[in-house]
Design a binder for this molecule. Sequence first.
Ligand code: NAD
Ligand code: ZN
Length: 248
Amino acid sequence: MFDLIEKAAADLASAKNVVALTGAGISVESGIPPFRGKGGIWEKIDPMEYAHIDSFLQDPEKVWRVLIKGMKDVIDQARPNAAHLGLARLEALGILKTVITQNVDGLHQDAGNTDVIEFHGNFAWQKCMDCSRRYATRSVDMSRLPPRCRCGGILRPECVFFGEPIPTHHLYRSQDAAEHCDVMLVIGTSAWVQPAASIPLISKQSGARVIEINPEPTPLTHHISDYLIKGPAGEVTHRIMEKLAKLR
Ligand code: NAD
Ligand code: ZN
């Protein structure tokens, strides 16, 4: 692992256009559980039952009570960890240009990254399903679920549920960023969910180096990634940043 940390630091130090693709794993050390894998939300609840748009439309109260309210409580408490802060530092150094994230927790922006493509939306906002009025999540009264708009309509998070399409402008911008980077950092994603899983492939085919940080191998490992640094995102990123500081 130590050799790979040095290798990653050297790859980043000589790069000019780094793009990061992040998933739920990058926020685990901030106290937000991932969906899949050990300790994941899916061990307790069935995704199709709670995170599919059809389930929400059928029984919004249930989805709010079991999934959304719980996520809100954890996200409210979460702060960026060393991995988010490391990516913000890489941007400040002029090395990293864009973060593409599947996360809805807003922690990349909290850490200081300015170009964040949120594939699956953001949890910070709720939208009325009838009149489209938007509310900051923290201002929403959750004493009765589902929360409602002034007009009486049901509120939903501005996140992409399973069964809903990714907004195409996010998709195009991500594909463009992936095509033009020289290093792609893939952090904490199981790479099972499309189209996020195909973003590193675009970078690879365009000649970029693909570096993965994850405690577990993924379908990208050995096929698309040049190497996997096995370990938690915060700890690994912190070590890479220490080495990088010595190289510059
Ligand atoms: P995932 O839940 O499918 O996979 C999580 C991955 O993170 C796994 O590969 C796991 O090995 C890895 N991981 C676990 N702990 C880690 C750590 N400390 N450091 C680095 N990696 C670690 O996540 P996904 O691929 O992002 O897909 C799930 C979907 O769930 C996303 O699209 C996202 O919208 C949603 N989600 C978001 C959040 C969030 O916003 N923080 C949390 C849960 C789920
Ligand atoms: Zn309304």
